[in-house]
Design a protein around this ligand. Structure first.
Ligand code: RIB
Ligand code: CA
Length: 321
């Protein structure tokens, strides 16, 4: 099988952990490196959570710590959503996996240059590490096949009325990525708000009968997103558990489940009320060439099936250990 080389940059985070579950369940992905940054919680915690979760699911991969702060803005985290530790109230494992002695940027730089084939970067947190990498080492751009990012939104926000969290935390890094010329698949809220499991489906997950599935269901139970139903929300919005970050990997392994369009995207950096908004030019008013494929639709049933298959694979493998 031809394996696709991948680097994952994340801020675990409950849905980041579920993204890692999908990624490490797929034999067609060759995950070269996992890097962490501040986002949902501090870099100390996202790094610990990554080591802990990957230890629990039995993976042996380099984990390199990333930057502690956004490029310009002061850090704002999401403990209210992911819990003080960042993975809800679930304790996965005392890490056996050790943190790399390379920083995230050095590890990404050296991994990209050493690879014969261009590498896909999956990014599911603020783009701080990747923005800084592209600024410091533009020569790696030809070695990045594409960036599959969970972030932004053409319409609406979850950190402010107009800005999604990952874009809001580090809009300057996001702008460096959108300007870079590297191909981007953007899984913004437009699609991730449709990529949810219901509480009933979450309880179905427990019936897979593995300790992993039990813990994953417990963790997602914590993640009942506190964004309240508004007149603009889809029906039963509060009852849905949105697996935002899973989309950034799902679109790579099952692209047929998604629909998107190519648009020009630019970051709002300075707006008093709108800083961090991804301005998606879906009316083509700017006349500028598209720089991202912005996803807008997902086959939800197919997405849930893919996610359950991943949980089954990981859970069964752990029972066989
Ligand atoms: O807006 C959702 C994003 O913010 C996800 O990546 C979630 O993990 C948080 O980081
Ligand atoms: Ca995340």
């Amino acid at each position: 099988m031809n394996k696709t080389p991948v680097i994952i940059d994340c801020d675990p985070g409950i849905d980041d952990a579920m993204m890692l579950t999908l990624a490490f369940s797929r034999p067609e992905l060759d995950i070269k490196l996992v890097t962490t940054e501040a986002g949902n919680v501090s870099t100390d915690k996202t790094t610990y959570n990554t080591l802990s979760f990957l230890t629990y699911i039995g993976q042996d991969v380099e984990v390199a710590r990333g930057l502690e702060q956004p490029i310009f803005r002061s850090l704002e985290i999401a403990e209210d959503i992911h819990g003080e530790g960042g993975l809800g109230n679930v304790k996965w494992a005392d890490p056996i996996l050790q943190e790399s002695d390379r920083t995230a940027i050095t590890a990404m730089y050296e991994t990209l240059l050493a690879s014969d084939d261009p590498i896909i970067i999956v990014a599911t947190g603020p783009l701080t590490n990747i923005g800084a990498l592209l600024l410091a080492h533009p020569e790696v751009k030809p070695k990045i096949k594409l960036i599959s990012w969970m972030g932004g939104a053409a319409v609406g926000g979850n950190m402010s009325t107009t800005a999604e969290f990952n874009a809001y935390v580090d809009p300057h890094a996001a702008e460096l990525v959108f300007r870079s010329g590297v191909p981007i698949i953007m899984s913004g809220l437009d699609v991730t708000h449709k990529a949810y499991i219901t509480r009933e489906e979450m309880e179905e997950l427990r019936k897979l009968g593995t300790p992993f599935a039990e813990k994953a269901a417990d963790m997602m139970k914590f993640y009942t997103f506190t964004q309240s139903q508004t007149p603009f929300s889809p029906p039963h919005f509060e009852e849905q558990i949105r697996l935002h970050d899973v989309c950034a990997v799902a679109v790579l392994v099952a692209p047929e489940l998604f629909k998107g369009n190519d648009y020009y995207v630019e970051m709002e950096l300075e707006g008093r009320l709108t800083a961090g908004t991804t301005i998606v030019d879906y009316t083509h008013k700017t006349g500028k060439e598209p720089n991202a494929n912005v996803l807008h639709s997902v086959d939800r049933e197919g997405f849930v099936k893919l996610f359950f298959e991943a949980c089954t694979t990981i859970g069964q493998k752990l029972l066989e250990k």
